[in-house]
Write a protein that binds this ligand. Structure first.
Ligand code: C5J
Length: 221
């Protein structure tokens, strides 16, 4: 059992052989200019600060045989899995499925859906396309984790309060003990990231624990 004594709100213990890392949506559409994140009016450059923390987390998992699931938020080219309410919401400069500088926005197989080069999946790692904010909805994630005998989940990715938090809350309901890695996750709104971390840790780890990538790495050495 590995233990991060400095995790918040108290020590987090996890069995490396029953732990998986879920890296949420580190794709060009959220991380680079011209993608979905920017069409919503966000400054996507803010997210790049977590690349070193996310890389450390991936490298740590790889070094310790912890399986990795990379997710990508995207839809089928015919948009049959995109609810009209999602596509029509707000006043983005480009909507889901429109042609943009990185191909059709948030459409599977398009360049914008690729995970950024620094954090790309290695052969043998699982890459799941998900149409929702949560990674369990309309994906085989639940079955995959069951087949691995997973009991504990480490989380990184973007954005903290949307796809990461949605997935972590559902994972918590499904019985997983979850750790959010603080410097491997980011939001376009720093105050939303801070609030999410506070909410997760509140009330005796009601949704899970938080710690840094370095703390997770040193717990495993
Ligand atoms: C958003 C995500 N923010 N990956 N998606 O729309 O968090």
């Amino acid at each position: 059992m590995a233990t991060i004594s400095s995790a918040q709100p108290f020590a987090y213990s996890f069995p490396p052989g029953k732990t998986a890392l879920i890296m949420i949506d580190m794709q060009r559409d959220f991380m680079e200019p011209g993608g979905f994140g920017e069409t919503l009016g966000n400054d996507v450059s803010l997210l790049r600060a977590i690349i070193p923390g996310a890389k450390l987390l991936l490298d740590t998992a790889r070094a310790h045989g912890i399986p990795i699931v990379h997710t990508r938020e995207c839809h089928r080219p015919d948009l049959s899995d995109c609810p009209p309410a999602k596509r029509e919401r707000g006043e983005p400069s480009l909507r889901i499925g429109d042609d943009g500088p990185m191909g059709r926005v948030l459409i599977s197989g398009e360049p914008g859906v690729e995970i950024i080069g620094e954090l790309a999946a290695l052969p043998g790692e699982t890459v799941l396309d998900k149409p929702g904010k949560g990674a369990f909805y309309a994906t085989p994630l639940g079955d995959i984790l069951k087949s691995w005998g997973t009991t504990h989940l480490l989380f990184g990715g973007v954005t903290t309060e949307v796809c990461v938090q949605t997935t972590m809350r559902e994972a918590n309901d499904r019985g997983y003990s979850c750790l959010l890695v603080e410097d491997a996750t980011e939001s376009y709104f720093p105050e939303f990231k801070a609030a999410t971390i506070d909410m997760i840790r509140a009330q005796g780890a009601i949704v899970g624990w938080t710690a840094t990538a370095a703390e997770a790495a040193s717990a495993l050495t």
